[in-house]
Design a protein around this ligand. Structure first.
Ligand code: 0L1
Ligand code: MG
Length: 262
């Protein structure tokens, strides 16, 4: 690690303050160009610790930048991982208060819920599918705290991978009865289709993103516990939304999930 504890705490306070007050900031690597991956995840962990200390619960995990469309959109080449706090959850058909967000975008995703722990190294798609209770459609609402969504990978990891809100809904799917690679998704904004894709856009198979997360946690001696909700990453590019927009995600065989922006 390159940063000392005091700087990590200060950066976590700065980024979480931006999240809670809906204001943007410059990327933290501008001030700390030598920070490393451990520093980036340590800042994210400190943001998590601050939320837990205020009584929030962690209700899930997320993989981000897992599709070529997203990597190309953001000009990066590696997936990243973050956490989901309880107040990020929005009910299906519910409303997001846009005043609490900076410049939100929506992503069509497949969420996994585990029924057995998953650990790495060596976690693979087969292990993920065997440990999956069900999959369910999800809209992730991301909201980078960085000005104009301009960042590098370490800055975005520190910022909890732009996590902001998420909605799950539609039908629970049994992975034994679905081919997640060819599962089609259509994202609609205000009734118009705006993005299309299939599960294979996520690392060839959405379960590969979950395996990658288990392997990364394994390096830190951690695992994905049974009963964890995990967003596997945007299947298409993220789509910007404004107050007044209504978004629906339709997933083949799994129904639809919707959210509105007030
Ligand atoms: O969920 C995501 O793919 C977001 C990862 C962070 C990068 C971004 O804000 O697009
Ligand atoms: Mg995402």
């Amino acid at each position: 690690m390159k940063l000392d504890r005091e700087i990590i705490e200060r950066l976590a306070e700065r980024l979480e303050g931006c999240e809670l007050e809906a204001r943007d900031t410059t990327k933290i690597t501008d001030d700390h160009p030598d920070m490393d991956w451990d520093d980036a995840y340590a800042i994210q962990d400190e943001i998590k610790r601050r939320k837990l200390a205020r009584g929030a619960r962690i209700v899930g995990l997320k993989a981000g930048l897992t599709s070529h469309a997203k990597m190309k959109q953001m000009g990066v080449d590696t997936p990243v991982f973050g956490f989901l706090a309880d107040y990020f959850a929005v009910p299906d058909g519910g409303e997001v208060d846009s005043a609490k967000l900076i410049h939100p975008k929506v992503e069509p995703e497949i969420a996994f819920v585990t029924k057995a722990p998953l650990s790495g190294p060596g976690c693979h798609i087969g292990a993920v599918l065997a440990a999956t209770d069900f999959v369910i459609p999800a809209i992730e609402i991301i909201d980078s705290r960085y000005r104009d969504f301009k960042f590098d990978l370490k800055s975005v990891v520190a910022d909890n991978c732009s996590s902001s809100r998420f909605v799950v809904g539609g039908r629970m799917g049994d992975v034994a009865a679905l081919d997640l690679r060819t599962l089609g998704v259509v994202l609609e904004k205000n009734g118009e289709p705006v993005a299309f894709g299939a599960g294979a856009a996520v690392l060839g198979h959405p379960a590969a993103a979950i395996a990658m997360l288990a392997n990364m946690l394994g390096e830190k001696g951690e695992e994905i516990p049974a009963g964890t909700l995990i967003l596997s990453g945007g299947i298409t590019e993220a789509v910007a939304v404004q107050p007044g927009d209504a978004v629906t995600l339709r997933v083949q065989d799994l129904g639809s999930v919707s959210v509105r922006f007030a």
